[in-house]
Design a protein around this ligand. Sequence first.
Ligand code: CO
Length: 297
Amino acid sequence: MKKILLVMVCAMFANFLNAHCGGCGTSNKTETKMKKAILLVTFGTSEKSARVSFENIEKLAKKRFPNMEIRWAYTAKFIRKKLKKEGIILDSPILALSKLANEGYESVIVQSLHTIPGSEFDELSKTVAMFKHQKDNIADIKIGKPLLANYANLDRVVDLMLQSAPKERTKDEGLVFMGHGTHHYANLIYVAFQALLNDKDVNAFIGTVEGNPTLDDIIKKCKTNNIKKVYLIPFMSVAGDHAKNDMASDEDDSWKSILKKEGILAIPILKGTAENDKIVDVWLDNCEKAMNSNHSH
Ligand code: CO
């Protein structure tokens, strides 16, 4: 907390200096073009191969919002630390926003790249609120909602996930999506996801690593439906550590191995949701919605 405060104070002080000295001698009025930015915020990943997801989001964001500066922030401190050792510098949301404020950005959309509005989104909302209350900071700061922000998004994403199934899949083969899951009450969204999936495809299931539904729930359903083969697909923005190790690896406790022990052949597909352009569109639609709204929530 001390560190955060220090950064905030530094940012505000630097801003103060900018505001008071920048005007001396030169007229600020000539600066007509408003500086606008989008700050893309994700948990982060240290997996090199998983970064294709973020590269795809950046490419599509630049295409859709060509006049805006696109920046990144990672919320996971241990990932930022790990990347720093490799010479890759990524800021926390607070530091990234402080820099934008310092550089005179007047309009910033903080776009959550989370899947659900869980605890990380709560934290991010607090950070944005903190900046909002500094009137001399970024004049217009808004937050864009995560992927599954409402029912319409949920319905759309369920369809897109079903469409992402491999073409060779037959109807009696299952689809198993691996979500992250959380102890936060927003975990209920995964339960709603399963209900919608079931309406559209009785052999499609979602389970989570840290919440409900669980892999056990899926195994029961596979047995009821007499499913002998499934495709394992991550329902996370990146095919990172969870997808590679907890889902697809040959380790005893991976989903692939557990399913195998239950007599179900599992074929993993290592592709994050952010590699799917149509899913990225949902995030970017949320971003545009935030941009065009008069409210900041
Ligand atoms: Co995790």
